[in-house]
Design a protein around this ligand. Structure first.
Ligand code: OGA
Ligand code: NI
Length: 369
């Protein structure tokens, strides 16, 4: 192991397997009919088919890839290039835009997932600049604050390229949320209101070659806390997804220009567990560095995340109590920064014990009557 910092070393049971499964992949979904509507086609019928495909993928996998998604290739190439140019600078340059406790966006290379250090460096930027969030994680403190982006001097077009790309992600994110709403039997615009003000962010990930790829991970196993993630991975590959049927880690084969979509914790709660946020992680390797760019779609800070009314009833009572998204987000940021000894805040901390779910609903119904 030589000089590798033990902080990077995963416990035995979480290390990547050398003989990882490449066999069956996550579903690949073609979005042509919504990206390039064609008047010669029976769009209603085609849309029905697409909605069903999305629903099946969300239910069975929590992950899928999309092609013909309408995002111009040049915009993706521009941000990929800017990301390389930024990360190839000396550390002292990158540290000029480093993340601090006050400036929570920008560059850092010390992220931990479940208290093990990730083999990566990242650059975070918010889609809405500034983004309004609670000033404190403390539940009773109502003060708000603003998070501002930090832009490096180099490459000179970093800001423009990122902002252009963010617009494309937003369009795709909305389209996907419409399809997901339809797949849950809801009106297509059911989720739009949550994102009028938003906390969405983009992360540029750089995973350098790693001398101990069998012991460390680029990102340790985790679920994404936001509503939805749209990930661009390069041709190196390394993303692994936990298959729902048997818990096997599956390697996601890179598909050129496709996006990988996954359900985040917020959709899990909104859908009352109809769709689940699935664990994933990223492997590193000793030969090739890897880049990826996730976009995390997040609602306004004042959103109280809870199962949607239309999706709960006596047979299917709410499985979660509401939680304030802004407070959740700020609590996460704080613990990511400070490496606290306690576990990160998780949606299961808001789960209503099964024995109480029906009871709560009975009570709510009797109040309404
Ligand atoms: C993430 C993530 C995977 C990847 O940043 O949340 O899961 O392939 N990234 O970079
Ligand atoms: Ni993730």
């Amino acid at each position: 192991m030589g000089e590798v910092d033990p902080a990077f070393i995963q416990a035995q049971e979480h290390r990547p397997k050398p003989d990882f499964t490449k066999a069956e992949g996550i579903p690949l979904i073609d979005l042509s009919i919504i990206s390039f509507p064609n008047s010669n086609l029976d769009n209603d019928q085609a849309l029905g088919g697409l909605v069903e495909e999305i629903g099946d993928a969300c239910k069975n996998w929590g992950f899928f890839q999309v092609i013909n998604h309408g995002v111009p290739l040049a915009k993706r190439q521009n941000i990929e290039k800017a990301s390389r140019m930024f990360f190839y600078q000396p550390l002292e340059e990158k540290r000029k835009v480093r993340r601090t406790e006050e400036k929570v966006l920008g560059y850092y290379d010390t992220e931990h997932t479940k208290n093990v250090r990730d083999w990566k460096e990242v650059f975070d930027l918010n889609v809405q600049d500034p983004t309004v969030v609670p000033a404190s994680y403390k539940p009773d403190d109502e003060e708000l604050t603003r998070w501002f982006n930090q832009w490096p001097e180099y490459p000179a077009d970093m800001r423009e390229v990122c902002e252009d790309y963010a617009k494309e992600m937003e369009k795709l994110g909305y389209k996907l949320m419409e399809l997901i709403a339809l797949s849950l039997g809801l009106p297509d615009d059911r989720f739009h209101g949550f994102f009028k003000e938003q906390t969405s962010f983009i992360r540029l990930n750089h995973y350098p070659p790693c001398p101990v790829p069998d012991l460390a991970l680029g990102v340790g196993r985790h679920k994404d806390a936001f509503a939805l993630t749209i990930l661009a991975q390069d041709d190196v590959g390394g993303l692994e997804v936990k298959r729902k049927t048997d818990g096997e880690w599956l390697w996601v084969k890179p598909t050129p220009n496709a996006y990988i979509i996954n359900i985040g914790d917020i959709i899990q709660v909104w859908s009352n567990d109809t769709y689940e946020s699935v664990e994933h992680r990223a492997m590193v390797n000793s030969g090739r560095e890897r880049f990826s760019i996730p976009y995390f779609l997040g609602p306004a800070h004042h959103t109280n995340v809870q199962p949607l009314e239309e999706l709960i009833n006596q047979q299917n009572p709410a499985k979660y109590r509401p939680y304030n998204w802004g407070k959740f987000l700020v609590t996460r940021k704080r613990s990511n920064f400070q490496k606290l000894d306690v576990e990160n805040i998780q949606i299961r901390h808001f789960k209503i014990p099964e024995s109480e779910q029906a009871e709560k609903l009975d009570r709510a119904l009797s109040i309404k009557q």
